[in-house]
Write a protein that binds this ligand. Structure first.
Ligand code: CA
Length: 470
């Protein structure tokens, strides 16, 4: 029912745009642009109070849109978040809650082909679709982005990459060293990777100026390895911590690239017809890349806020307010539904999407919270969390004890309320148990276990077969 109402609202937005002259009925549908940073800390953008790294272009995006202060990733680390995001369903529904190993020979380990990406749904609606950068949803042929709804792919299939040309002497994982590819064909990297991705994004926008597009810019910045050009490192010489200096340079170059993409949209007169999301795939791993999660407890990998609450901006001038803050919890899972309803792609009940179309909420037309509750689970339930209203119940791996926090008063999750509010513990636990009933166990081992098993049974190990219905 809610979905039908949202669809009506989305349709009415389009009708409104037509009637007030923003678009004519013959003109293109709105473009969708998702810019995903990798391992960016909650506190590491100017509008969240970052002092040592200027991010003028990300800040401008916030100034021309809505800043979701309670924006969440559906997982505290990379690959599962991307699975949930690109489908629009909790990734646990299809057994995807571990980081995937890079293995171009394993034909079973990747985003199950029984799942349909929202790129595929948009492609069927004649959107020109592209992904640039990190895929991380399977490295063998059945999982290739070109087979999962993307007309154009420039990037790499693994979970990260060397930022400079491939140095085979560097002791890093195979996936980080394979040549970049453009639609399956290996290609040389002759400049800093983040810059190359931004330039490709500009070219993509230019090449699709006459048709609606969905572009997913999947920067691996500022994920490790901590690498940046010397001239940019020199700009941040006042930062004494070497890792933080490299991080600052990496974020700075990504911010510049975002500026170039925005300028291109402006130049081609597409800015007002483009719905833009900017977010990070998970919280900052403060130890690994010297990121900063601001007031949040924990980091990447945790179900504390530091692992899952991320910078989350939504901008669509003329449709959404500008410079507004939005405080209700929203999720990376909402992007698919929002994009599809914006593009007026029918979303049937059978698709089982978990997201909500955020436009009516961010536009101020609907006042209630978009979600009754949001959920997280990792390692087959060894750690989990549920947030309902301002309350959050969670369990971490290292303890059997549950913890309850009121995030409206305690953003740093320091004051456990389980003893003071046992009824809330019971209520939130029941919500989690209900949600968890529809989940399935992880269908592939973690990448660490996988490599250990691969060492032992080289190439003879394979994960259980799943049905691969399209
Ligand atoms: Ca990540």
């Amino acid at each position: 029912m809610l979905r039908i109402e949202n669809m009506k609202t989305s349709l009415s937005v389009v009708v409104l745009l037509v009637s007030v002259g923003f678009i004519s009925a013959e003109e293109r549908m709105p473009n969708i642009l998702v810019i995903l940073a990798d391992d960016l800390g909650y506190g590491d953008i100017g509008v969240h109070g970052c002092k040592d790294i200027p991010t003028p272009n990300i800040d401008k995006l916030a100034a021309t849109g809505v800043r979701c202060t309670n924006g969440y990733s559906s997982h505290p680390f990379c690959s599962p978040m991307r699975a949930g995001f690109i489908v629009g369903r909790y990734q646990h529904r299809f057994g995807y809650e571990r980081n995937i190993a890079y293995d171009p020979h394993n034909k079973h380990m990747g985003l199950p082909t029984s799942e349909t990406t929202f790129a595929k749904r948009l492609q069927k609606k004649n959107y020109h679709t592209g992904i640039l950068g990190k895929w991380h949803l399977g490295a063998s042929a059945p999982f290739h982005p070109n087979r999962r709804g993307f007309n154009h792919f420039y990037g790499f299939l693994g979970g990260g990459h060397d930022y400079f040309d491939v140095d085979l002497t560097r002791p890093i994982g195979e996936g980080y060293r394979v040549p970049l590819q453009r639609n399956g064909k290996p290609t040389n990297l002759d400049e800093y990777l983040t810059t190359a991705l931004s330039k490709e994004a500009v070219r993509f926008v230019e090449s699709s100026k006459d048709k609606p597009f969905f572009l997913y810019v999947s920067y691996n910045a500022p994920h490790t390895p901590m690498q940046a050009p010397q001239e940019t490192l020199d700009k941040f010489s006042s930062i004494k911590n070497k890792k933080r200096r490299a991080y600052a340079a990496m974020v700075h170059i990504m911010d510049e690239g975002i500026g170039q993409i925005l300028q291109t949209l402006n130049r081609l007169n597409l800015r007002d017809n483009t719905l833009i999301f900017f977010l990070s795939d998970n919280g900052g791993p403060e130890m690994a890349n010297a990121s900063n999660n601001g007031p949040l407890r924990g980091q990447k990998g945790h179900v504390y806020e530091g692992g899952i609450r991320v910078p989350f901006l939504v901008s669509w001038p003329g449709v959404l307010p500008e410079g507004k803050e939005y405080h209700q919890p929203v999720s990376s899972l909402d992007i698919a539904t929002t994009a599809l309803e914006t593009a007026v792609v029918p979303v049937t009940k059978e698709a089982k999407l978990d997201g909500i179309n955020l436009i009516p909420y961010l536009a101020g037309k609907r006042k209630e919270s978009p979600h009754g509750a949001l959920f997280w689970r990792k390692e087959n339930g060894k750690a989990w969390a549920v947030r309902a209203g301002s309350l959050k119940l969670l369990k971490v791996e290292s303890s059997p004890k549950m913890l309850l926090y009121d995030l409206s008063k305690d953003i740093g999750e320091t004051n456990d309320l389980t003893k003071a509010q046992p009824e809330d513990v019971k209520r939130l636990k029941a919500l989690y148990d209900q949600w968890n009933k529809a989940n399935t166990p992880p269908f592939f081992p973690s990448f660490r276990d996988y490599h250990r098993l691969m060492d032992k049974h080289y190439r003879s190990f394979s994960v259980p077969q799943r049905s691969n219905k399209e």
